[in-house]
Design a protein around this ligand. Structure first.
Ligand SMILES: Cc1cc2nc3c(=O)[nH]c(=O)nc-3n(C[C@H](O)[C@H](O)[C@H](O)COP(=O)(O)OP(=O)(O)OC[C@H]3O[C@@H](n4cnc5c(N)ncnc54)[C@H](O)[C@@H]3O)c2cc1C
Length: 495
């Protein structure tokens, strides 16, 4: 079982069995109107947990060891996402590992642990910033050490983390003014010798039910005023902390075979609202406290956001490649791959795929040292990718629907190949270049991407998981180096 002491003496990457054993604790997870006794056996989460366990296990595969892990100062093999990048080569090594992880689910298990581990690495690598504090000078050396300890603990124990950034709000008008409602938003109730007591809810914890711990970091929209002090903190605690409840949505894993539901039977990563019912957060697990200004800058100042964007872009490349493969297979199966219109639609997706690849290449090739002595990929290309993909992916889904059309509904079940209707199925579902069984398998896969509940959630995820699109676009505009370009325009009109 995992220890909660911040210097727990793990030895780096874990096996599948160790991860699954760690989930069998007192965590309070609810789904479909019932409390889940054991997330490793409950139908809603069982196969998603098993998938993630198999992913963790691959880190010990000798053939992948150098891609997925690095040797730390004690000679332990730790997950690559924890490695502090000290050169451009390190940045590229990290990218290669992210991409490898993503190919295992074709980007459909978006929240692999490398996402959060990348941000934790960045926070630890710039932890002195927590000490330097803000213009108000409220940094805290204890919190700097807490962050470094937690990073060591997480990487030595190969933790699987989820995170939750947003407070729910009852009124968008109030939220628009940068204020929170302490009837629903997560806030500090009191302090004790042991730590702070927090109450309220947070949105949304993807992977929450099958994570080891949860990072509760600040939303980046805290108004820097005193009224937001009770909402300003960053901490991490085990999912199995007393008073912490996860209310998960309905599962998309309906217990079907891999043939019938190729994606949802494997890659249900689950999302949950998190409720804190007077939860104790030990002082040693606090990283920021009572400093809205510090909280607002945290992801940007530490470059955690850049490292997260890097992991995301690698995952989106794997996902886009998969979509190209799926669409091309569909076109070939019915011999429509000579059709100008069909080729044009798939070419559009190929171009999206190559756009992500080029942006990733550009970011890694232009990697640079940051003010903390760590190396980061160039932000602008990655930011371009994170702003474009939420538009690209729904378009990919639309194109898949246009290509698949009624074939997406002509999807008999696996059982129909062995029951009394099997002869009809074998005859009437064949295509020019595919036997019936393979055709049905292919279109059931396409169905899971663009029609099923699992597929719809994927599109929603891509639209929103990294933040509200309008806000991300506006930030992109603010950061873009516009002045030299405006200068050119001015030069022309003044010439
Ligand atoms: C599948 C899924 C998984 C997620 N996983 C996680 C997770 O693991 N951890 C986590 O912390 N969060 C997670 N999220 C939450 C995600 O961060 C939010 O959905 C996202 O930030 C948008 O916030 P919101 O949902 O509150 O929507 P809102 O902010 O209410 O936005 C709703 C709509 O209004 C628009 N809008 C918002 N603000 C403005 C504005 N100022 N001007 C104009 N338009 C605006 C948005 O663009 C959007 O179209 C997840 C979301 C989804 C859908």
């Amino acid at each position: 079982m995992l220890k909660t002491n911040p210097t727990g003496a793990g030895k780096g990457v874990r096996t599948a069995a160790e991860y699954l054993a760690g989930l069998q604790d007192d965590r309070e997870v609810w789904t479909g109107g019932e409390r889940v006794k054991d997330v490793t056996t409950h139908p809603a989460t069982r196969r998603g947990a098993a998938t993630l366990a198999s992913f963790l296990e691959r880190q010990s595969d000798p053939a992948l060891l150098d891609t997925l892990t690095y040797e730390d100062e004690d000679g332990d093999r730790c997950a690559m996402a924890f490695m502090l990048p000290k050169s451009k080569e390190d940045v590229k090594r990290r990218g290669k590992a992210y991409y490898e992880w993503a190919t295992w689910s074709h980007g459909m298990f978006g929240r692999t642990p490398d996402y959060k581990n990348a941000s934790l690495m960045a926070f630890a690598g710039a932890a002195q910033w927590l000490d330097l504090g803000t213009e108000r000078g409220m940094g805290n050396p204890d919190f700097t050490q807490n962050m470094r300890n937690y990073y060591d603990y997480a990487r030595k124990n190969d933790l699987v983390l989820t995170h939750t950034l947003l407070n729910p709000h009852k009124s968008h008008a109030v939220a628009g003014q940068g204020r929170f409602d302490d009837e629903v938003a997560l806030h500090v109730v009191r302090e004790t010798d042991a730590g702070i007591i927090v109450r309220g809810a947070r949105l949304l914890a993807t992977l929450g039910p099958t994570a080891d711990e949860i990072e509760v970091f600040p939303s980046t929209v805290l108004k820097g005023s005193d009224e937001n002090i009770p909402f300003a903190f960053a901490f991490a605690i085990p999912i199995a902390t007393p008073g912490l409840k996860l209310l998960a949505r309905d599962t998309y894993d309906l217990g079907k075979s891999h043939f019938d539901a190729p994606l949802s039977s494997r890659f249900e990563e689950m999302d949950a609202v998190v409720i804190f019912d007077d939860v104790l957060v030990p002082w040693e697990r606090l990283f920021m406290y009572r400093e809205p200004g510090l909280c607002n800058q945290a992801f940007a100042k530490t470059n955690a956001v850049v490292h997260m964007m890097h992991q995301v872009a690698c995952g989106k490349l794997a996902k886009a490649e998969f979509m190209v493969g799926l669409m091309s297979a569909i076109a070939q199966s019915s011999a429509r791959d000579k059709d100008l219109h069909v080729k044009g639609m798939i070419a559009e997706v190929m171009m999206m795929c190559e756009t992500v690849r080029a942006l990733l290449f550009s970011a890694e090739e232009q990697a640079q040292e940051d003010e903390w002595g760590n190396w980061i990929p160039l932000r602008c290309p990655l930011d371009t990718s994170r702003n474009l993909f939420p538009k690209m992916y729904p378009r990919m889904v639309e194109i898949l629907q246009l290509l698949g059309s009624s074939s997406l509904m002509a999807t008999p079940a696996e059982a129909d190949f062995s029951n009394e209707i099997s002869e009809d199925v074998a005859r009437y579902f064949q295509l020019a270049n595919l036997e019936s069984r393979d055709r049905v398998a292919l279109f059931r896969l396409a169905h899971d991407v663009c029609v099923s509940g699992f597929g719809s959630r994927q599109a929603l995820y891509e639209r929103f998981f990294f933040g509200p699109p309008a806000l991300m676009h506006s930030l992109y505009y603010d950061l873009y180096d516009k002045e030299p370009l405006i200068g050119r325009v001015n030069d022309l009109i003044k010439a």
